[in-house]
Design a protein around this ligand. Structure first.
Ligand SMILES: NC(=O)c1ccc[n+]([C@@H]2O[C@H](COP(=O)([O-])OP(=O)(O)OC[C@H]3O[C@@H](n4cnc5c(N)ncnc54)[C@H](OP(=O)(O)O)[C@@H]3O)[C@@H](O)[C@H]2O)c1
Length: 349
């Protein structure tokens, strides 16, 4: 089968590799329908140690963190409800020496890397979702244990931000979403999100008042850079900034040290791989079960930009769709952006 593999110089190439046959115990075979190219697929290719130890590749060096498809065979010990189901897959939820995938025609992964999708959704619409959904879920579990009662989300309209919006709402957890544009604010409000602030002149006063009222002491930060310097003075006492993403690039964070004293401010990282939800099997299985019942919320859907075949990987990696959409690798021939945009508009209408 065709697979996209990593070369020693950390570039990608299409190779022919053996098609996985019988699934190993605890594993499923997934006929892949589509795989979104997420921020992390680019970050970790360039910078394998971005969250510490490099992530292990499978024996064929296949790349790609997320995708979606249909289970065509289950190994011994896999719960019967996986058989024949469409699934969203996030490779890092379950790693094994036998794993193959994800950017290939047929993946072989532990069933714990798969979320069963309901029959009434289209698997392709979740081809980049599970990494972001699980990150938001694991984060909420972690901050609940740390005693936080509310959250501020910096990349409010990113995929992780939207996933957070849905999960915070289902837990009735107060949440404030920061976005860069009025259009993004409107879109979130239309999705039923209550507190959305545009990071324009004067927003920090409104943030200070709202965060004090809602006691949002956990910051889920996917941006970094100068935004953190702006919001730090508006955070409530005992706040913790959890850096989980770097959409703001290499711009340094500048926070006067007195704020650490004044507010008992903490800064640390959040990585889903390191969370108890992902590391502890019982918690992971429980998380997947909970998410199965919530996953058809449109806030979890992957925004699909242009579609590419596996052999178009170079163009796909270079593609930067606007409005947070993803370039997507698909089994079927590529559709043009205009077709996809039209379908998205029809769905939104
Ligand atoms: N630590 C973990 O476990 C983990 C897991 C998943 C993802 N991540 C990381 O989290 C970050 C977000 O990932 P994602 O998939 O949610 O992102 P995404 O969906 O691709 O979000 C991109 C959107 O964020 C908004 N944004 C806000 N500030 C931005 C800025 N300074 N630069 C660029 N875009 C900005 C943009 O919307 P507007 O243009 O409308 O403002 C953009 O469309 C990435 O760095 C990713 O690698 C970390």
């Amino acid at each position: 089968m065709k697979a996209i593999c990593v070369t020693p110089s950390r570039t990608l190439e299409v190779r022919d590799i053996p098609t996985p046959g019988e699934p190993a115990a605890g594993h499923v075979l997934v006929e892949m329908d589509a795989s979104a190219i997420n921020q992390g697929d680019k970050t970790f290719l360039r910078m394998p140690t971005a969250v510490g130890n490099p992530l292990a590749l499978d024996r064929h060096e296949v790349w790609g963190a997320s995708g979606a498809g249909r289970v065509i065979a289950v190994g011994a010990g896999v719960p019967a409800d996986y058989a024949g189901k469409q699934v969203a897959v996030y490779r890092s939820l379950g790693r094994s020496a036998e794993s193959v995938g994800l950017w290939c025609e047929r993946a072989h992964v532990p069933c714990s890397a798969c979320l069963i999708l309901p029959d009434h959704v289209r698997a392709r619409d979740y081809c980049g979702s599970l990494v972001n959904v699980m990150t938001a879920y694991a984060f909420l579990e972690e901050i609940a244990e740390a005693g936080h009662k509310g959250v501020i989300v910096t990349a409010g309209n990113s995929a992780t931000g939207c996933a957070m919006a849905s999960l915070a709402r289902s837990r009735k957890l107060p949440a404030i979403f920061l976005v860069r544009t009025e259009a993004a604010r409107r879109a979130l409000i239309q999705s039923g999100v209550e507190h959305v602030l545009v990071t324009e002149e004067g927003f920090t006063d409104r943030l200070a008042a709202l965060s004090a009222e809602l006691a949002t002491t956990a910051v889920f930060d996917g941006v970094g850079g100068d935004l953190l310097g702006k919001i730090a003075p508006s955070l409530p006492m005992n706040s913790t900034i959890y850096a989980y993403g770097f959409l703001g690039g290499a711009v340094p964070i500048a926070i006067p040290s007195v704020l650490f004293m004044m507010k008992n401010l903490t800064m640390r990282r959040f990585s889903n791989f390191e969370s108890r939800t992902v590391k502890e099997q019982g918690r992971l299985v429980a998380a997947l079960k909970t998410l199965e019942s919530l996953i058809d919320d449109p806030l979890f859907v992957t925004r699909i930009g242009e579609e590419f075949r596996l052999d178009q990987i170079e163009q796909a990696m270079a593609c930067e769709p606007s409005d947070g959409a993803r370039a997507v690798l698909v089994a079927a021939p590529a559709r043009r952006r205009s077709d996809v945009a039209r379908r998205n508009d029809e769905q939104a209408a």
